[in-house]
Design a protein around this ligand. Structure first.
Ligand code: NAD
Length: 514
């Protein structure tokens, strides 16, 4: 018998995309699509386009390795095309990310409209141009919409979807379905307006910030500190309105509005004035920003940003008692879909312990010593147990139907440290099993030399979740357990298995250690 996982399902409703423009945002889209298993053809006349895109994709792969241990689909194929028409000829989704100039965007989009399949979706990354202005003169204007993402597109899930006068509801629905499938959050903006919602808000903040620097109220570093040590932390998890609801105390939003409403008429803002970005102000901001960067290159700053974003998203995934919250809940849902659509292993090799988890040490897993924190070992072993359970047919659907295996005992041995970014692999050997219990021995290996860094011995008990007591597992599950257990009985018993912690200590003498 060879146990198998859920049958293969395609992750996204599309398999071919084209990206026109491969700069900061185009590169991020390319990475997001490739990592969702979608083939991407790129047109960008810039002589360095391939190098830049390759660098962004490498950063994205690194970030995904830190973000999730869920099985990503095989990476899509990346092709660079010499002509726009070649890139879009067979695409199901075309994403335009050329510079923010109406004349250029219209020229490029009109060519896309004329050369791509009639039913292809066309998204524009524009930060603020109206979709009605972009789709004017199209043969098929109904399939153009704004798909406004946030940098880095491969980590930040939001896309503002904005339709123009000619865009159909079906187009918006299809766009949302594709974004949903690749782990993004498509929010539909009800009416088109310049700069949509996100950039309206950011523009207001940006205007105010420029005045504060120009008027020497603070420097750029102080201004950034004001954001990142305070409301920046709140925004990632609750946005503006829900945060202010809480700020109103028990009386909530109404009290907040009553208390701070009058301030709106006080001189608390210079929003209506536009600061003159003259040479002196540009130089002032430029030099303060150089000083703030303290020699870090853009690529280094990008990696720091990515690691921090991964940490925040993972923290949100653990939010609300493990159910997940906001962008973290979105990640948890996406991981479930990744698991459901993962290819089943061709045949499980039963002549060796099962290789069940391949992951990397994430920044959020590091303790003050620069090593992986103690509880993360248990987390990886928990994922290993989950891998075994999926293999024997105990998946989410099985648990929702009322039964599961519970871990009732764990014995963890830590043999070595794991460092940031190191590859981790875990294996599982079934030592014994009966109709209610499975006795497993997991081993964790790190780095390219696969040094053994920990083991975990666990007892799992099959339980009726409603009754809250142990019950025999059904036959179909037991058959799979039995097949693995029989094969593993032929393997050598791992060193450290059933080791009892009962060391003999020499008692401390009085005065020792003084
Ligand atoms: N940078 C951001 O934070 C951000 C965020 C959201 C949306 N956007 C929007 O994304 C779009 C692209 O911005 P960006 O920051 O990636 O700019 P960018 O300058 O980094 O990239 C633009 C790319 O387009 C290429 N290009 C120029 N003419 C082209 C043509 N005719 N055909 C194909 N490619 C062409 C350039 O070679 C360049 O690689 C803009 O509309 C911008 O408003 C940017």
């Amino acid at each position: 018998m060879s146990p198998s996982r859920a049958s293969t399902k395609r992750l996204a409703p599309i398999s071919r995309a084209a990206c026109v423009g491969g700069g900061v945002i185009g590169g991020g889209w390319i990475a997001r699509l490739l990592l969702a298993g979608i083939d991407v053809k790129v047109f960008d006349p810039h002589p360095d386009a391939k190098r830049i895109v390759d660098e962004v994709v490498a950063n994205a792969e690194r970030a995904y390795g830190l973000l999730t241990a869920a099985p990503l689909p095989p990476r899509g194929r990346l092709t660079f095309c010499a002509r726009l028409a070649e890139a879009v000829a067979d695409a199901e989704w075309i994403q335009e990310s050329v510079p923010e100039r109406l004349d250029l965007k219209r020229r490029v989009l009109t060519e896309i409209d004329a050369t791509c399949p009639a039913d292809a979706l066309i998204g524009s990354s524009t930060s603020g141009l109206l979709p009605s202005d972009l789709q004017a003169g199209f043969a098929h204007p109904e399939r153009l919409f704004v798909a406004h993402p946030y940098n880095p597109v491969y980590l930040l899930p939001l896309v503002e979807i904005v339709g123009g006068k000619a865009t159909t509801a079906a187009t918006i629905d299809r766009a949302r379905a594709v974004l949903d499938a690749i782990g993004m959050k498509g929010v539909v903006i009800a009416r088109e307006i310049e700069a949509f919602v996100g950039d309206r808000l950011l523009e207001a903040l940006w205007r105010e910030a420029l005045w504060l620097i120009k008027d020497d109220i603070c420097d750029v570093e102080t201004l950034d500190d004001v954001i990142r040590y305070s409301f920046g932390l709140r925004w990632a998890q609750m946005g503006l309105f829900q945060t202010y609801r809480i700020a109103g105390g028990e009386a909530g939003m109404r009290h907040f509005l009553a208390q701070f409403g009058p301030c709106l008429k006080w001189p608390w803002t210079r929003l209506t004035d536009v600061v003159d970005l003259d040479d002196a102000l540009v130089e002032k901001i430029g030099s303060q920003s150089d000083e703030q960067a303290a020699g870090l290159s853009i690529r280094e700053l990008e990696r720091i940003r990515d690691e921090n974003l991964v940490g925040v998203i993972k923290a949100l995934k653990a939010g609300r008692g493990g159910e997940g919250w906001g962008a973290g809940k979105l990640l948890a849902d996406f991981e479930q879909r990744l698991l459901a659509s993962a290819s089943p292993p061709a045949a499980v090799d039963l002549t060796a312990p099962l290789r069940l988890v391949e992951t990397k040490v994430s920044p959020a897993w590091i303790d003050y010593n620069g090593h992986m924190s103690e509880h993360r070992y248990l987390q990886v072993f928990g994922d290993t147990t989950d891998g075994l359970l999926r293999l024997i047919g105990v998946d989410m659907a099985y648990a929702e139907a009322g039964a599961s295996y519970y871990t009732v005992e764990s014995h963890l041995r830590r043999l070595d440290e794991a460092r940031l970014g190191e590859a981790l692999t875990s294996t599982c050997q079934i030592l014994s099993a009966d109709e209610k219990r499975i006795h497993v021995f997991h081993r964790l290996f790190a780095g390219t030399s696969a040094r053994e860094i920990a083991t975990a011995e666990q007892i799992l008990i099959h339980a009726d979740r409603t009754a809250g007591r142990a019950t025999p597992a059904p036959l179909a599950i037991l058959e799979r357990v039995h097949a693995i257990a029989t094969a593993h009985a032929r393997l050598e018993r791992p060193f450290g298995a059933s080791r009892i912690v009962d060391p003999v200590f020499r008692p401390l003498r009085e005065g020792q250690g003084a």
